[in-house]
Design a protein around this ligand. Sequence first.
Ligand code: G5P
Ligand code: MG
Length: 254
Amino acid sequence: MKGGVPLAATRAIPVLNKNNETNFQDHSVSMLKKGGMLRAVIMGSPGSGKGTISSRINKHFDILTLSSGDLLRFNAVQQTPIGVKATKYMEEGQLVPDNIITELVLESLETHGQGKHWLLDGFPRTKAQAEALHKASPVNLAINLIVPSDVIVARIAGRWTHISSGRIYNTEFNPPKISGRDDITGEPLSQRVDDQPENVRRRLDVYMRSMQPVIDFYRESGILTEFKGTESNKIWPEVFNFLSEHVQPDVPLP
Ligand code: G5P
Ligand code: MG
């Protein structure tokens, strides 16, 4: 995501890239098998690597990736009314109310997702969000990353983020070229307030409670695929191969 355009006084939707010209309506599972549009979600606990895997998907496939957390943080930085409202929930590690986040994500999809394959990171987080998304545009592929909690807590402590682009670094796993600076813009990186250890524990609790009905919803729909592991570098080739069965990659794995 680069820069931002306020669409209305209450919210800001970042400018996204990637184009393709296919039909937005083709989104059922059978249509995906026949080469229709990908309507995907990536799920997993806080710190499981959703953002890491999504950014690799974005580099290798012509798939628009959209993170609900990045959208919220972007609005928080822009101090839009939605951003201001969402900040207190995010800082406490609580979920932002369904109506706020659903409106933001669906509007962003309408603005940027028409005629494109897309994948949502961090949305839906509740059954109500899953149902709202299903009504607007049914998902045909759900990915769930399963990473043990003890691995996650250690990872998050080392995370640094470039807020306006959503680019993620980790002091051990993928450090920036210059310490504390974004590789592309050179702007300073920040640590997320919700990455404090007690907030991480709360987010993990909230995740477990709110996500089970969502995971069950996609499992029962027959579109759930789970990837288990402790390292994103090992999970990524599996996700790449799986996605390649549905969408032609632009850039092969090295
Ligand atoms: P977010 O922004 O959606 P979370 O909590 O779901 O946040 P998070 O923390 O962004 O998820 P992630 O994207 O799954 O985690 O993980 P990541 O950023 O890729 O990786 C974590 C760190 O580990 C990074 O530093 C990365 O470099 C490193 N790493 C990755 N792989 C490896 C590895 O193999 N080894 C090592 N050593 N390191 C690795 O949501 C934030 C808040 O926004 C609100 C909520 O308040 C939420 O708490 N929100 C919503 N509220 C309601 N409904 C929704 N739909 C909402 N969406 C967001
Ligand atoms: Mg993330």
